[in-house]
Every structure is written in C-alpha cells, then in structure tokens.
Ligand binder design. Sequence first.
Ligand SMILES: [Zn+2]
Length: 217
Amino acid sequence: MDKNKAIVVFSGGQDSTTCLFWAMKNFDSVEAVTFSYGQRHATEIEAAKEIASELGIRHHILDMSLLNQLSPSALTRDEEIVEKEGELPSTFVPGRNLMFLSFASVLAHQRGAKHIVTGVCETDFSGYPDCRDAFVKSLNVSVNLSMDKDFVFHTPLMWLDKKETWALADQLNQFDFVRNRTITCYNGVKGDGCGECPACRLRLKGMNEYLSEREGS
Ligand SMILES: [Zn+2]
C-alpha cells in the first residue's frame, strides 16, 4: 500500500474539487473516482471528466445505478426539491456516502492507495446523517476491519462552512478554477449556477461572504 497515494471521491462540484486540489498538495500520487448513479444532470459527470483530464488525474468512473434503483430521491429523479423544517431534504439519497466510501475503499485496495479523501462536511450538512464526522470515522474502522488494511479517511472540509471552503480553495491558489469550472447547481448550470436552487444559494452566500472578507482585509 502506497503511503503517499490518495483516492479522492470526486463529483466535479465545488467541495470535491477543492478536496482534489488539497490532495494534490498533500500526496505524491492522486486519483479520482466519480460515481455515476443517474444524477439529475449528466453535466456533472462531464465537468468531473474535464477537470480530471485537465489536471492530469487518473479518473475512475464507476456505475452505481444500483443506488438510483434502491434510493430514488430528488437528486436522481426529476422531482421537485423540497426542504421542510425538521425533515431530511428531498435531495437526500439514503446510503449514498456509505456506498461511495465503501466502493472508494475497494478501489483504493485495488490501486494500492492508503488514503481516501471525501468532501463531506458536518457544518453545512443539510441534515444528511452520512455527512457527519462520527459516521465517517465509524466507516473507516469498519472498512479497515473488512479488508484487514489501515486506510485513512480524510475529510478536509468537515468543520468548514462554505465561506471557509472558498478560503481553502484560495489558499490552494485555485479560487477562480473552482468558481468557474465546477458544478454544484441542482439545475445543472456550471460556475455561479442558476443562483436560485438551494445549492446555488448556499454556494453564492459563502462565496460573497469570503470575497467581502478578503476585500476588507
Ligand atoms: Zn442552481
């Protein structure tokens, strides 16, 4: 197992692209894995492919349509996105990070990588239980027991809010790249997005907060 090699769970969005740059800074060898599960927009997968190819990153795209078969949600079907107080948003895909991190670990085993990097975040986690630190740590233990390995799961964004995630992209000298090349929007619009869906509102709010702070300092 290569101690300087990492697999990044990579969707082509702001968070995972920032994690990809973080991994490139911290490990000698980095590969990315994107899961295809009938996302609302194939443009996400295209953005991921373009970014990986431009950065010269070996990119694995794994078919996880099984997830869509098991867990229909507003992210995988053409349904309206609903957020109700006290309930999980309709964008929640049950089991998603459980499967993504498990399959990323199988890939890491195959590729001889010790490290697995994911952009999950407890600060802005929208109530998704599988974005919580306790879950990621617990799965790290289970995966290691299952394969008798000592993989290390990394969550560089776990305790950052959106503003701080923009700050991290900027520290890595990739603010403009992340702003223009990634796709976070639920309506499939690249860069600053549609500006109206919950993902765009969160992303733009964090970016504007970061930019006004940067200009003020
Ligand atoms: Zn949007």
